[in-house]
Ligand binder design. Structure first.
Ligand SMILES: [Zn+2]
Length: 595
């Protein structure tokens, strides 16, 4: 006993020494803890890696390891035994994954919850579903890296003052010791994952809200084709709410989320052992990130195209939304979180189970810069500038003029050493058929073309009051807003006035196009309203938008989407989620997780 405790202490000291303060931020890659010195272990490691990465199908890998064993290789007998040594081919993938999972550092591991999904034949049913529980992961990370506790707790001087204040509010509300509280954010979004990208994988994850560059930790994922939108999300939120309640109470649960006893699996046996013992730290929910589509489908916030009301932060509706001035609904008819929920209940709408997460408030829903500005307003401005530029550059026909615009974009790229470039320029990329002008590129590609659009407008600008002069001034505002993201502290008051000027100029161009009967030019888009909410109102409280934007989440999603392309095993929705979750648990270590 004594010797074991001594070894435990040594391990602890060693870990503390290893966990440098910069490690969390430097965590950019996926590491495995399957390091070994012997060739036998190395053989097992390489074979396991091939299965996890999907380099080889389960059948092919099994043939290889059996052949290698016959030739004298040692170490992979756990894999060769799979599917009764290959007799039951249908069990190969399952059995090999099980033996790989035994090497995972995560304890207890996968949790079997319940989820409502739709099968391929459109039948809807509630059945078992794999989850990775936030309270289990957080507790293990902090147990093994106790020095990180301070690092993931924000203070008012770190620029995360609002996160610190929200954490304090929750600590007060739930009577918790704030030094044991860690603010957490939640994120959800879909990412194309099949070989032909025909389906999305919806991923729900959590992260440390006081450290925007921290790792993202998956909770679960569901193929888009299997989602029964509100029902599926409600089931997820109920389970997430239970996990957060365990963290608030500070005790390991003694039963499953639905009140039933733990099962007989190895993971459930571990859970049973821990039940009733103290659970630290207290993970506090303070932030929800995602795009508008997810807020509508996942949390039942109003949609952008609703005529009665389209915003959860003000009374804007179909009639008033186009007024982007300070007299418009955003500033003159604001809505508190309680007023919003009251409005929903009065309208007879059912609230999302999301609000069952302890401490969850409407004010925790973050408006994301990447979706709102880069992919929203900047794409809108760029689409219009490109479209109007196309009509003024030299060329005998549209094809020649398009080639000229593209030549000038490339020239700008090379002269300014621009990264994240578009690889081609077609008419459909900024003049979608029958729709308003909008540029369709990736977020960073779009943002990187804003200075180019500004240069174009400056070249063409006439005297004040002239069309291109207004476009130039508007683009100057947009560029200033981008520049402010790099300022510390974030200049909230300047952001407000620059955004107001931007919206005033955009509204002017909108009216001008309407008067001239230009159907697709300078159209109203709801993202303009969200931009106003974000930069005129929200940043006053939340601070710099880059502290809660979705760029990091998107990086993590890309990694998960690769893990979703499975080889071998049944391609059911459950099977896909199971393989992603098992891959993640097997491939990541406790000390360094995905970025
Ligand atoms: Zn609003």
């Amino acid at each position: 006993m004594g010797r074991q405790a001594g070894r435990g202490r040594n391990r602890q000291t060693k870990r503390q020494a290893q966990a440098g303060s910069s490690r969390l931020k430097q965590a950019q890659v996926i590491h495995t803890q399957m390091a070994s010195s012997s060739s036998a272990q190395s053989f097992l490691k390489v074979s396991s890696r091939s299965l996890l990465d999907g380099d080889l199908s389960a059948r092919k890998l099994h043939q290889l390891v059996v052949a290698a064993e016959d030739a004298g290789a040692r170490g992979a007998d756990r894999l060769t035994k799979a599917g009764k040594r290959g007799k039951h081919q249908q069990n190969l993938h399952r059995d090999m994954m099980r033996s790989v999972m035994k090497q995972s550092a995560w304890r207890p591991g996968v949790y079997q919850g319940q989820l409502t999904t739709m099968a391929k034949d459109k039948t809807i049913a509630k059945g078992r579903w794999p989850f990775i529980l936030p309270h289990e992961v957080l507790s293990q990370i902090m147990e093994e890296n106790p020095v990180w506790l301070k690092e993931v707790q924000p203070n008012s001087s770190s620029g995360y003052g609002f996160v610190a204040a929200s954490t304090q509010d929750i600590a007060t509300e739930f009577k918790l010791d704030v030094s044991q509280c860690v603010p957490l954010g939640l994120h959800a979004d879909g990412v194309p994952y099949t070989a032909k990208m025909r389906d999305n994988l919806y991923c729900v994850s959590w992260n440390f809200a006081g450290c925007s560059s921290s790792s993202r930790f998956l909770i679960t994922c569901v193929p888009g084709s299997a989602m029964v939108k509100e029902k599926t999300f409600d089931d997820i939120w109920k389970l997430v709410a239970w996990s957060f309640r365990c963290m608030m109470q500070g005790t390991w649960p003694s039963r499953k989320d639905d009140g039933s006893p733990f099962g007989t699996s190895r993971a459930d046996a571990l859970r049973h052992q821990k039940s009733g013992s103290p659970l630290r730290p207290h993970g506090c929910f303070v932030q929800l990130r995602g795009d508008w589509e997810f807020f509508r489908d996942g949390v039942r916030l109003p949609a952008w195209n609703k005529s009665d009301y389209m915003c959860w932060r003000c009374q804007a509706n179909g009639q008033t939304k186009r007024d982007l001035s300070p007299e418009g609904p955003c500033l003159s008819q604001p809505l508190s979180g309680f007023q919003f929920l009251e409005r929903e209940l009065r309208s007879g709408r059912q609230l999302s189970a999301f609000w069952g997460i302890p401490g969850a408030r409407v004010g925790h829903v973050r408006i994301d810069w990447m979706h709102t500005i880069d992919l929203g307003v900047s794409a809108l401005v760029l689409g219009n500038v490109m479209s109007e530029y196309l009509d003024v550059v030299p060329g005998n026909n549209q094809a020649e003029r398009l080639a000229e615009v593209w030549r000038r974009v490339r020239l700008y790229y090379s002269e300014n050493h621009v990264e994240n470039r578009i690889q081609k320029l077609t008419l459909g990329m900024f003049r979608p058929r029958g729709e308003g002008y909008i540029f369709s590129g990736k977020a960073k590609e779009t943002a990187n073309l804003v200075p180019w659009a500004s240069k174009v407008a400056t070249e063409l600008a006439g005297p004040p009051g002239e069309h291109w002069h207004s476009v130039m001034c508007m683009l100057e505002c947009l560029q200033t807003l981008y520049g402010q993201l790099q300022e510390d502290p974030y200049p909230t008051d300047q952001a407000k006035s620059v955004c107001e000027r931007f919206l005033l100029l955009y509204s002017g161009l909108m009216s001008e196009a309407e008067r001239a009967g230009k159907q697709h030019a300078w159209m109203y888009r709801p993202k303009l309203h969200l931009m106003q909410e974000l930069l005129v109102k929200c940043v006053q409280e939340w601070g710099n938008p880059k502290q809660y934007w979705c760029y990091r989440d998107e990086d993590a999603l890309r990694w998960l989407s690769k893990a979703g392309v499975r080889r071998g095993g049944a391609a059911t929705a459950y099977g896909i989620a199971d393989v992603v979750i098992n891959n993640l648990l097997a491939a990541t270590s406790v000390s360094v997780v995905i970025n």
